[in-house]
Design a protein around this ligand. Sequence first.
Ligand code: URA
Length: 241
Amino acid sequence: MAKPISLEKILFSQGFGTRRYCSDLVYADLIKVNGVLALDPEERIPTEGLVLNVEGKDWEYHEKAYIAFNKPANYECSHKTTHHPSVYSLLPAPFVERGLQCVGRLDYDTTGLLLISDDGQFIHKMTTPKKNIGKVYEITTPDPITQSQIDHLLKGVMLEDDPKPCFAAACKLLSENCLAMTIVEGRYHQVKRMMAAVGNHVAKLHRVEIGAYVMPLDLAEGEWRWLYPDDLKALSKRIEV
Ligand code: URA
């Protein structure tokens, strides 16, 4: 079992402000611990299953944060955006305060499953092609997708300024104009460039799956949820080669 930690440190670790500010939240009677009003910021608290209530809102304690987010179109995956608002503006302020980062980026016009975390090892594992973790994109095209285009994607395509070919790990035609394609890398505009290289074009791009984790049907656009150990296990599932 993890060692109990002082309440002030716990609040700070979750992104509720400086330690001084967190301490003041307790003195202002704005913090509950597992439903009970907290009085002492120095009190040591066991973190297992801990639910805080901060200024009237329940907040699950997570030593490291792992979040699934359903990204809407017209948001950028960066803190300093250029033309569109940031995805971070749709997340609770403590996430930004504690330094959560997108696990790989989606283009501003791409929608769907985006992971967000403050665990550097996890971010690396999920983004390195070495781990062979598939990302499934649903690609809608203006022109019908042909079998020869699919064969080409599976055989590998050369992208401009890129010495190595890019492969689709799997392709499944969902309709004449919609393809589910799995890739294990995350090169810049990879899917759009791959589709252009085989003579088609991406009208809409939506990520539905990472590893064996499928975006939950009840996670609405712009909403997020915590990921738990079973979800992380599903996310880590590699493509067998
Ligand atoms: N490939 C793209 O072209 N864009 C994305 O957002 C993700 C993968």
